[in-house]
Design a protein around this ligand. Structure first.
Ligand code: ADP
Ligand code: MG
Length: 269
């Protein structure tokens, strides 16, 4: 402990104490924790009052930002944490890096455009969808992740309980709604209507990032009702970025690599 710090505290013990109490009352925990060292350094290095305040509040702002970011991530309910940096573009040449780079600027969120990721299982649709959502969350946007099936069943249950309007806010409020796995199971008329409700009410108000293993041509079968399917596709596609990923499954790559090694042994030797 330095002599200067002791001097601050002993010269103005009541003011120092008061300051700590103010910070505690305002729940500025990070600033409170750093108060002594910041004052200590300020005395030693003859830092101005403006600088001291800036440093102390800066510490609190950083801590608050980090806390809010964690809160937004918790709220968004991503099943796993994925980032764009973790995506191996060399493995999946079907994914255009430039398109992903453009999306990573998050202009699509600002412009309330949608992103549709289509392709067979394992090609990285969910990874990219989550990573875009996480990027938006990091940038300060409120986002929410759901599978299509979960969203439909939550809305249906809420409807039966008379709370559909309230539940709907979960899907309409966030700037980005990630809807994963549309089309894995065929949807009945009521389910299709819930999807239509969400898609049409978010239309031009907030982005949807959607993944599906079915091409648009198959959506009639997914929705059982061609008119509703058409209305959904129409709204989703208007100003959407569509990525049709045709490639190998990343999940199967370890297996494929092993097979190649086995089969290719003779050739290598
Ligand atoms: P899909 O949703 O298309 O079925 P996923 O996104 O769930 O596929 O991908 C399956 C797994 O493989 C996930 O763990 C994902 O992170 C990983 N993965 C897929 N593609 C890539 C890639 N190009 N680079 C890195 N990891 C990938
Ligand atoms: Mg998936």
């Amino acid at each position: 402990m330095s002599a200067t710090k002791a001097a601050t505290v002993t010269e103005e013990p009541s003011v120092y104490q008061q300051l700590r109490e103010h910070l505690a009352y305002l729940q500025m925990t990070a600033a409170a924790e750093h108060l002594a060292p910041v004052l200590d350094r300020a005395l030693k290095e003859r830092v101005s009052a403006t600088q001291v305040l800036e440093e102390l509040l800066g510490i609190e702002v950083e801590a608050t930002k980090a806390r809010r970011q964690r809160g937004r991530l918790r709220f968004a309910r991503y099943p796993v944490h994925k980032t764009l940096a973790e995506f191996d573009f060399d493995f999946q040449p079907g994914v255009d890096r430039r398109v992903v780079a453009e999306l990573s600027t998050l202009r699509f969120v600002e412009e309330k455009r949608n992103v549709i990721l289509l392709g067979p299982p394992g090609v990285g649709k969910s990874h990219l969808a989550i990573a875009l959502g996480v990027a938006a969350t990091d940038a300060g946007y409120r986002t929410y992740f759901t599978s299509a099936a979960d969203m439909v069943s939550a809305l249906q249950t809420a409807h039966l309980e008379g709370t559909a309007a309230y539940r709907m806010r979960t899907y309409l409020g966030p700037s980005v709604l990630v809807i994963d796995e549309l089309g894995y199971l065929p949807l009945d008329q009521a389910s299709a209507n819930w999807i239509f409700q969400v898609v049409s009410r978010r239309y031009e108000r907030g982005s949807i990032v959607l993944t599906s293993n079915r091409g648009f041509g198959d959506w009639n079968q997914v929705f059982a009702d061609a008119v509703v399917a058409g209305a959904i596709v129409d709204r989703l596609l208007h100003t959407a970025t569509v990525m049709n990923i045709r490639g190998a499954s990343y999940r199967a790559r370890a297996y494929t690599a092993k097979q190649k090694l086995k089969g290719g042994g003779a050739m290598v030797a």
